[in-house]
Write a protein that binds this ligand. Structure first.
Ligand code: ZN
Length: 174
């Protein structure tokens, strides 16, 4: 395993926490000089906050750890290609590099759909990115999340139709 893969597997451990909590499994770590200075996992449901993506949480923690909003010399590892909100935040924090796992051709903002990390100008920071690191492991987490979500949705449908039948029986008994 090379260094990028090692840190991505740490981001995967963060994503695993999200998966166990029933959140979309995305995880992120911020690395400076070979050391993890911040971690984050998606907590949108837990915090009831649509901005609580793994990257946003990890970036805020990294800024606190460094005592600076400039993440100079830092590399951000995230299991899925960042969305436009997170890519925008990344540009503001100015890390040296962004490495992601699963590409997102529909909504990704690091080249999948658009590229906010390489649009200088008009944005004031250009950030080299690399995608596809441990891609299959990252994608597998997302697949298992959506498999489980579909199964739960199906169960709810079955339960609802069960209740309707009961209601029908009751009314016919009257
Ligand atoms: Zn995001």
């Amino acid at each position: 395993m090379n260094q990028d893969e090692q840190f991505m597997s740490q981001a995967l451990r963060e994503a695993e926490k999200a998966l166990r909590a029933g959140e979309v499994p995305c995880g992120c770590v911020v690395v400076k000089e070979g050391r993890i200075i911040a971690r984050g996992w998606n907590q949108v449901e837990k915090l009831k906050d649509a901005t609580a993506h793994a990257e946003m949480i990890a970036l805020t923690a990294a800024e606190a750890a460094l005592g600076d909003w400039r993440l100079e010399g830092c590399t951000v590892y995230v299991t899925k290609e960042p969305c436009p909100m997170c890519a925008g935040a990344l540009v503001h924090c100015r890390p040296e590099r962004v490495v992601y796992g699963m590409p997102d051709p529909k909504g990704g903002a690091c080249g999948g759909w658009i590229n906010l990390l390489d649009s200088n100008p008009p944005l004031n920071h250009r950030c080299p990115t690399q995608g596809g690191v441990l891609h299959e492991l990252c994608a597998e987490q997302f697949c298992s999340f959506f498999r489980e979500a579909r199964r739960a949705a199906k169960e709810r449908r079955v339960e609802r139709s069960g209740l309707n039948e009961e209601g029908h029986e009751e009314s016919s008994a009257d």
